[in-house]
Design a protein around this ligand. Sequence first.
Ligand code: ATP
Ligand code: MG
Length: 463
Amino acid sequence: MRDGDLLRIGLPEAVSRVLAGLAGTDADAVLVGGCVRDLVHREQPKDWDVATSAPPEAVAAAFPGSTWQNPFGTVTVRGDPPVEVTTFRVEEGYRDRRRPDTVRWGTSLEEDLARRDFTINAMAWRPVDLAAGEGRLVDPHGGAADLERRLLRAVGDPGQRLAEDALRLVRAVRFAVRYDLALEPATEAAIRDHAPDAALLSGERVREELLRMLAFPTASKAFLLMEELGLLAVLLPELAALRGIPQAKRLPGDALDHSLRTVDALPAGDARLRLAGLLHDVGKASTLADGHFIGHELQGARLAEQALRRLRLPNADIGWIRRLVRHHMFNYTPDWTDAAVRRFVRRVGADLLADLFALRAADNAASGAEEPEAGGLEELRARVDRVLAGDPLDQRQLAVDGHDLVRALGVQPGPVVGRLLDRLLEAVLEDPSLNRRERLLELAADLLREPGSARGAGAHREA
Ligand code: ATP
Ligand code: MG
């Protein structure tokens, strides 16, 4: 496919209407960016972007009900799918390597394409016959040929383009892996040169790129390429530090290879779980000294949290991943009693179990460990299910509550009651047959008579 070639595409009615509407106002209106790349690549586009010579006010006026997001002059035209219409523009400045100092509108399509990052993203499709879905490819930078020969190349001078906006460093990796492209040598050299600039990026922008790469079926490729280019050490130093840290010998590679295999073994659609897989062993680099990684899950939970805060992940997700990393090292053996299984569930939290088992299964697979006949993950999962179906696990399921203790035993309301309930729960976890009202009240009375009992300790602390 060459610049000016006729390209027939399947155009959604809503998109066709926007292009026709703008043409009706005498404006130039074309498809641009990702959708053209996908069409040339014979893939169904995810979203449809239109670029036009019409100023945003005119676009908004032509399509009542559309919304105009300042300051970039992108108008979203309502419909199925919604269409983003952006006025041709040039961006200038980039003194902070993150965003342009000025944006200028009302230029030509050629200028608009020249400001884009990579040749494969700098093509446009200009309609010839909308009803027939026919148009011409506008491809001044040779994006179609690059896609054909599998090359990712910066538009214009690579050094300058990668210096302007450090996000392009990360986008390069995403597009290279997504479309299986080699990096054109000058583009690759520029990425290496400018890799340290990635430290200037906002956590949010990096997060969005990383999440998109984590959704690739083989996400490991993107992380290995980032490492290769010097980006991983800047964006995720906690993870990069696992290079060279030894890993159980059944499979080749070190702790970084293992972490990336774990990611690939987890479902691509579950970003939170894949992040947990990515970071589950980050504690190993600093706990290596003892030769056994003692406490690596504690250290790992801290480091994972630190990385995820930097990426501005929502707090709920950070907390969840932290818990997964913290608990991923449980060591189940068939001689665990039911009480031990119950304590495990209580320690970990029943809500976390499905993800924790998924993480551990991926971790095991990524270590080359096979599921044993007895004492494996599936056995523990089955036992946990049985325990969860039957036995009481938290204070609310005890046959007595705080009021009962206050009324029947004359305990003062306060922390003593909570501590007594804790002790009762411990006892019931060991022996579920104790969970009857009279039996628990007897037990509570015994506990109160102990020297240094809950009552004594409580009274002491309250004094
Ligand atoms: P995807 O299919 O993953 O959405 P995309 O190419 O559509 O990929 P977007 O981030 O949606 O990516 O951006 C749309 C277009 O805007 C790109 O194709 C590219 O031409 C241009 N673009 C986006 N971000 C940048 C950037 N940081 N620097 C230069 N051009 C960019
Ligand atoms: Mg897009």
